[in-house]
Design a protein. Sequence first.
Length: 242
Amino acid sequence: VIAGPCSVESEAQFRETALAVKDGGAHMLRGGAFKPRTSPYAFQGLGLHGLQLMKRSAAEVGLPLVTEAMAPDQAASVASFADMLQIGARNMRNEPLLVAAARTGLPVLLKRGMTATVDELLAAAQRVLAAGNPRIVVCERGTRTPEPELRNSVDLVAMLEIKRRSGLPVVVDPSHGTGRTDLVEAVACAAVAAGADGVMVEVHPNPSVALSDGHQSMHLDSFGRFMASVRSVAEAVARWSP
Ligand code: PEP
Ligand code: MN
């Protein structure tokens, strides 16, 4: 289970989240410092300063950190603060970035583009592999949906196809995959029951004032119950690892 805020907003916000998700039993921390945002007027992230804050809290709680690099010339510096490098959905097709991320030597968390087919996603994974880095985790984060009440639609069949065709570990992101906090736990459990190797969820101390994605972020108080549900499903299908 990878958990953390959409964006790192301050040291207090990230540290409080890190302590809570560690306490709840998460395996890894997430948080964005360089944020791909649809609007140029939305919060764009704390950048380098955010990476420094996250690295401090991650070290304090003793969890590895995954964070996103958005440009090829950012990959090496972002990698120096992280344990895994995220390629966001908007950048799945950014070939120079895939190569630069691969060359950092860190494991790469490759998110599915919002309209990418499984073939296109696997071609992007091959780009990382061909650049000399086999440590790839693929993330199914939902694709565009005709349903106006949802941000995206999680595609568990694609998740199974990615696993079957690549043999790579696959995590499901039910936060971006639905865009709705009330759906995150059920979709995470469904993903684990179906065979996902992990889930990545957004968590925030106060989602109503989050600078990004509060509408899909779980409150820290809900994280313990979330973990208990995911864990009981994972145990039922013999997939739990502490
Ligand atoms: C994220 O995980 O921070 C993110 C921006 O998600 P996506 O690239 O899937 O939209
Ligand atoms: Mn987000």
